[in-house]
Design a protein around this ligand. Sequence first.
Ligand code: SF4
Ligand code: SF4
Length: 469
Amino acid sequence: MGESFTSLVLGIFKKCAGRSGCEVCREHMEEDCLFFPEMYRLHDLAEETGTPPDEKALASLVDLCTLCGLCPCQDIRMLVLKAKAARAEEKKPPLSARLLSDARQAGQWGTAFSAVINPLNRLGPVTTLTKKALDIHPQRSLPVFSKESFFAWAQKRGLSAPEKRSEKDVPRVAYFAGCSAGYLFPDVAKAAVGMLEQNGIQVFVPSQDCCSMPLIMEGNQKTAEKRILANLENLGACVQEGYDIVCSCPTCGYFFKNLLVETAYYSDAFQQQSGTDATVMKVPSGSKDQTFTTVPKSIYQNILKDKGYFSGIDPLQRIDLSLKVKDMGEYLLSLQNSGKAAVALRVPVQPLAYFAPCHQREQGMGQPYYQLISSLPGADIKQVGSDMQCCGMGGHLGYKKNFHDHSLAIGRPVLDKLSMESGRTLITDCLSCRLQLQHTLFAPVFHPLEMLQDIREWGNNLKKHIRSS
Ligand code: SF4
Ligand code: SF4
């Protein structure tokens, strides 16, 4: 039996608040997150009254975390995830939350029956019923499923099977599209394939599952583990075959690079593999460029352990994958910088306003799309939003009736800034941010790849979007 929900959440209180707690986030996270201000409020109230917060208050507190990654400590975020999982074990989440967070299943059903679902969802009474059944906020528009998923398109083009006669020295990419691009915005995934192919890269779209981020946000650890294992097997095989793994979704990338690897470097398997002296442990130094330091084993072996959320999964597989995954923007930028890009990028003709999503910023790779576009002669791009601002969507969370208002409250500062940029076309590389921006700003929003890949197709898309918005 694992630790209880209550003790896990109170463990966060102990680390972050009070006389023996850290307290940094009392001021540091006052404006950019709803979780920390509420935690400090509950903590202070408990100090004042001598009564600890009840389970309901703790459950509402944990629901406020979108896992944006903006707070300083990964271990605190992992505790939030563990608490969500413990809560789901103790009290089964409602069916609506389970359905909404199963992005892959929803996407498969949605695209398979899009001819029926999309027109039905435009009928007022059906929309109301669907939203009620799925506990979606009445003001949110239901997602429009693509007639054909990106994965079906890729299969038709023969991209779902690895190239048998692969030429030596031809760079190869296994493309991980993610569920949002796969089922809701396939044009983005097609633009990614187009961009890679134009640059002479052999593209393979391997069998892929949801990265599992929405599942862990609902505490569904068991299903998440199944999906992660399937991805590790399929993507691990690609790595063995010499493919680079490229993700166009910042959340999938953040999940593979940052979350999944969590405490894997503390594992016995990694320590043995690292070949260090038996008296020391080799641990990441905290910098973003894969540097390590050694610490005395006698002091740290009981503190630095692979006992995290994902420690049931082979640590070496987790490390290998995290090192092989590249963000699509990061990959393109490295092609450009190394002089290996085969085609010139198209110069976007409109002035652009770019919002860098939290999960992209948290990968610590700079702002590749911003760098790429701003380096094009004649391009006019302005970055909007600070390093600590989040759109508040939190994937599927923004759709939920109880979270919708929180979602808008988190996003308000940057959404207000973006609303001042009406003369610019909005772009962001996160499709969840795109849904939030479209919902609040009533403006078409594009992925940077749609700007860079084919200006004529982009123009047609723009007309389509303007007509439907
Ligand atoms: S999240 Fe980290 S920095 Fe913030 S209060 Fe907790 S321990 Fe301190
Ligand atoms: S991950 Fe984001 S929402 Fe969650 S506590 Fe940290 S800053 Fe707040």
